[in-house]
Design a protein around this ligand. Structure first.
Ligand SMILES: [Fe+2]
Ligand SMILES: [Fe+2]
Length: 292
């Protein structure tokens, strides 16, 4: 029986010019050196401002390359833009933003066989985008699912499939829009995907729907307590990461909250600026000097 260890890290929000969230990241890099898993998956918002230009993507890429284990990366809304039309921030995903990602990180979807398992990674931002790549990704995913039939499957993507109710018809940016969700849920059901692991919400939660385990991984970068004091679902607001242990066809995961992680809360930033995308420059040099 084969065994392997996988770490899911997410919402690292790395930036060289706005180095607000590098302290927990450094702790994470050290933890991965001390106890390297077989694979690390970063489920997006790898950068803080990849949707603005190439600088943060290049910086985040270099940071991923520091990790001792092999890393697979997926894009989030901070990396390539939000589901169109994005009235909140005015930074929708488009071909220019997506091409920038592809240049730095390679393909935005992947499939990997590990032990008995088949792991799938998808670009969550493509759903309901209307881009040509949306239909291409879906066709590719269905082919990969068909070829992997018989293996237990796990799906990784930036956004959760749903927030509170899988049948909710309201469009919210916390999760996939209803149209994309329906298509993806149907594929997950048909091909017996065992669990779906996402980031984006900066909190930890695990639940189950129609036999599929839904896992929300916490961010390394920050929490935001401005978002509904009493959320309609049970969740844990914390910074951390997840460590999965696969043994044959079974899997379990643990929430890791390192002693040296600090629970940065962007509540004030969110109140005054609306998003961490608008944070003023705070270069890495300053951060390094302050750390000495
Ligand atoms: Fe995020
Ligand atoms: Fe996100």
């Amino acid at each position: 029986m084969s065994t392997f260890e996988l770490v899911q890290v997410t919402d690292t929000h790395l930036s060289g010019s706005r180095a607000y969230f590098l302290d927990n990241w450094e702790v994470f890099v050290r933890e991965m050196e001390n106890d390297p898993p077989d694979l690390i998956i970063n489920t997006g918002d790898v950068s803080l401002r990849g949707s603005e230009g190439a600088d943060d993507l290049a910086f985040a890429r270099a940071e991923m390359d520091r990790l001792a284990s092999r890393v697979l990366v997926l894009p989030g809304n901070h990396d390539i833009g939000e589901t169109p039309p994005d009235p909140r921030l005015g930074r929708p995903i488009n071909d220019v933003r997506r091409r920038r990602w592809l240049k730095h990180f390679g393909d935005d979807k992947w499939v990997e066989d590990f032990g008995e398992w088949r792991l799938y990674g998808l670009n969550a931002q493509l759903f309901d985008s209307g881009l040509e790549a949306e239909a291409e990704q879906l066709a590719w995913f269905e082919r990969a699912l068909g070829e992997g039939q018989g293996r237990p499957g796990a799906l990784f993507l930036h956004k959760p499939l749903y927030y509170k109710d899988p049948d909710d018809e309201v469009k919210i940016l916390a999760c996939l829009y209803p149209t994309g969700r329906r298509v993806l849920m149907e594929l997950c059901r048909r091909y017996a995907i065992r669990f779906v692991a996402s980031g984006h919400l900066h909190c930890y939660r695990t639940t189950r729907h129609q036999g599929i385990r839904m896992v929300w991984a916490p961010a390394t970068a920050f929490i935001n307590t401005r978002r509904k004091k009493r959320p309609p679902v049970r969740l844990k607001r914390c910074v951390g990461y997840l460590r999965y242990s696969f043994e044959g066809t079974s899997v379990r995961h643990a929430l890791i909250e390192p002693d040296l992680f600090i629970n940065h809360d962007t509540r004030n930033i969110s109140k005054s600026l609306g998003s961490t995308i608008f944070l003023p420059p705070y270069p890495q040099r300053q951060w390094k000097e302050a750390a000495q």
